[in-house]
Ligand binder design. Structure first.
Ligand SMILES: [Mg+2]
Ligand SMILES: [Zn+2]
Length: 195
């Protein structure tokens, strides 16, 4: 079974411009490139997981959104970073759905389609709804709190929104995932050598 890193898009990989689908306003955070490469080298597949309520609100349609998502995937591919897929929730707060984060529907769908081992996978995002979705799916989670933003505080760092790590940049994210994986290997080795 495959291990994946589920990545939020806005505020995580690219700067958060509300309801943006314009390619000229897509700006990548520079710390993602070497870090994502490290994660791919370590055997993780990368999958984008995004709430896109702009569709339900009529601000753009799915075709326009896909052009923006395909651009992001193409840009990363050309940097040597393969994105295995993207999943988005087109609904908003007015709809009942099982895919809008913090619900785990998008992660579960991805896991089913790509045979992903959720318990050895991670959800990375800049707000606690990302963490909630990751936890609900049974993944480990990292809150990438780049700006130490106050909007995170109302939910509190409590279950079911308690991240495994809170980090300020993507270098830290890659280190945390790789450290955890190395420790897992050590524990396994120690168990099997009786040390
Ligand atoms: Mg975000
Ligand atoms: Zn949805």
């Amino acid at each position: 079974m495959e291990r994946s890193i589920f990545l939020d898009k806005d505020g995580t990989l690219i700067h958060d411009v509300a309801y943006n689908i314009s390619l000229s306003k897509i700006a990548f955070y520079p710390d993602i490139f070497s870090s994502l490469k490290q994660l791919v080298t370590a055997g993780y597949s990368l999958i984008l997981i995004s709430n896109q309520s702009g569709i339900a609100k009529g601000l753009f349609n799915e075709k326009e959104l896909r052009i923006a998502l395909d651009y992001i995937v193409g840009y990363l591919y050309q940097k040597g970073i393969p994105i295995k897929g993207y999943y988005y929730c087109p609904h908003d707060e007015q709809n009942v759905c099982n895919c809008r984060k913090p619900l785990p529907g998008l992660l579960q769908k991805a896991a089913y389609e790509h045979r992903i081992d959720l318990s050895h996978s991670w959800m990375i995002g800049d707000i606690l709804t990302d963490v909630g979705a990751g936890r609900a799916a049974g993944c480990k989670t990292i809150l990438l709190d780049r700006n130490r933003s106050e909007r995170l505080l109302p939910l509190g760092y409590q279950d079911p929104f308690r991240p495994d790590y809170i980090l300020d940049d993507f270098f830290g994210v890659a280190n945390a995932v790789l450290d955890a994986k190395n420790k897992e290997t050590e524990i396994y080795t120690n168990r099997h050598t009786g040390q």
